[in-house]
Design a protein around this ligand. Structure first.
Ligand code: MLT
Ligand code: MN
Ligand code: ZN
Length: 304
């Protein structure tokens, strides 16, 4: 399976348009060691021809231009994207659907009922797409039952329900229901290898830990280094935990969780612009290097 990181940043990307935090200011000034990042999205394929887009970021247009396998090749209007999987209804994971409105057929979109509810009410993107070619919604269940996508042969998807947070416009905000947030275990039937992808992870429940232990690669929530990182810089009064993201450095945080795993390759994604690990020279990043935890970047390829 080939996994391409289209966008490794969190909502807002890096630098964020209105942000003058330590990182955003320094990258604009050219005084920063590390790349800019677009917003959270990956694509996955077993055959290198049919690609499943997982999350559709507002930056999708630029992301498609960076990756020829997704570009039109076989007809006057064409795409390498054969289906779309959405793991939550957040703006950074769904707004790109509007940019994909010119598709010549209904989009096959796989998401939970809770996400479909948000995308037909609080943020009614599916309704809007109904005025173009429409959406074929495929329900992703929250009982960890696996599914296949007929156009993406060779991949088996197992949704892993997660504790995180529903978007601000969701009727479930602060009162999450099953299916507001999922991770995805993706297995290549030919190689037998699997990826666990979870860009929004608020809590390491036992079934999540077990999934991470079994995967060959975990690609998980790298939003913040500390829980109060955004309030520290005067950016937000919210803790990361209130937004459904587990920080990296605290006791029981992402680093400690990853260090307990012996099998998988460990990679962080959905990195917020305030996170010191974006700076390749920072002590925080050097600590990750030492712990064998990678920080994904736009354009990164993972083969499993
Ligand atoms: C999140 O991951 O918590 C959201 O995407 C934040 C946002 O709306 O940008
Ligand atoms: Mn996000
Ligand atoms: Zn910033």
């Amino acid at each position: 399976m080939h996994i391409r990181i289209l966008g490794s940043g969190a909502g807002g990307g890096f630098p964020q348009w209105n942000c003058n935090c330590n990182n955003c200011r320094r990258i604009r000034e050219g005084k920063f060691q590390g790349p800019a990042r677009t917003q959270s999205s990956i694509t996955v394929s077993a055959d290198g021809v049919n690609w499943v887009l997982i999350n559709a970021s507002p930056d999708i247009r630029a992301q498609l231009e960076t990756f020829p396998p997704l570009q039109p090749a076989r007809a006057v209007r064409d795409t390498g994207i054969c289906a779309i999987v959405i793991v939550d209804a957040q703006i950074d994971h769904t707004t790109g659907l509007l940019m994909l409105r010119e598709h010549t057929a209904p989009w096959d979109i796989y998401c939970t009922e809770a996400v479909k509810d948000d995308l037909t009410t609080g943020f009614p993107i599916f309704n809007i797409l109904g005025h173009f070619r429409g959406v074929n919604w495929h329900e992703v269940k929250t009982d960890q039952s696996s599914f296949e996508i007929p156009q993406a042969k060779g991949l088996i998807f197992t949704p892993i329900p997660l504790k995180s947070e529903a978007p601000p416009y969701s009727p479930h905000r602060h009162n999450t229901v099953a299916g507001d947030n999922i991770g995805m275990l993706i297995k290549d039937v030919n190689t037998g290898k699997s990826l666990f992808y979870a860009p929004g992870l608020g809590e390491i429940e036992p079934h999540v830990k077990q999934t991470m232990e079994e995967a060959d690669c975990v690609l998980i929530d790298g939003t913040v280094w500390t829980n109060d990182e955004m309030s520290n810089e005067g950016i937000s009064d919210k803790l990361a935990s209130e937004m459904g993201h587990l920080d990296q450095s605290s006791k029981g945080g992402i680093i400690e969780t990853l260090n307990a795993l012996s099998k998988p390759r460990k990679v962080l994604i959905h990195i917020n612009n305030t996170n010191p690990i974006l700076d390749e020279n920072s002590p925080e990043r050097k600590r990750l290097d030492k712990e064998n935890i990678e920080v994904s970047y736009d354009g990164m390829d993972i083969h499993l």
